[in-house]
Write a protein that binds this ligand. Structure first.
Ligand code: ZN
Length: 117
């Protein structure tokens, strides 16, 4: 899980405004995923505020990304899912990563739950 508390850094997006100017804007997001970027691009376009071109995430230490279950170091390509957690007194959406063995275990557990219904 990646929650950074001791930083002001935020993910940024590059946007081409409707008048053709291209600017980089800091977002309220700490971390942007492809899926989130897609939703932001759609919303920005729908609002008539321009076209999102790309995004950049803040630099993070590689060791910050660990399996949520067993704490094995994983990289960005690892299986991940978005979960709701309590943090700082309120619910936040956090992306948690899992190593391959734990991802298989989770998937097996999910399938068991499916069958139980
Ligand atoms: Zn694991």
């Amino acid at each position: 899980m990646m929650i950074k508390t001791e930083t002001n850094s935020r993910a940024a997006v590059t946007v081409r405004r409707t008048d053709g100017t291209v600017e980089t804007v800091e977002t309220k997001h700490i971390w942007i995923t492809d899926a989130l970027f897609g939703r932001m691009a759609t919303a920005t376009k729908a609002a008539g505020r321009g076209e999102l071109l790309s995004y950049t995430n803040p630099e993070v230490e590689a060791e910050e990304l660990r399996c949520h279950r067993c704490n094995t170091a994983v990289d960005e390509s690892a299986y991940s899912q978005t979960e709701q957690m309590w943090f700082g007194g309120g619910p936040v959406k956090a992306t948690t990563h899992y190593c391959a063995p734990c991802a298989r275990t989770l998937k097996a557990m999910g399938e068991m739950q499916e069958r139980a219904r």
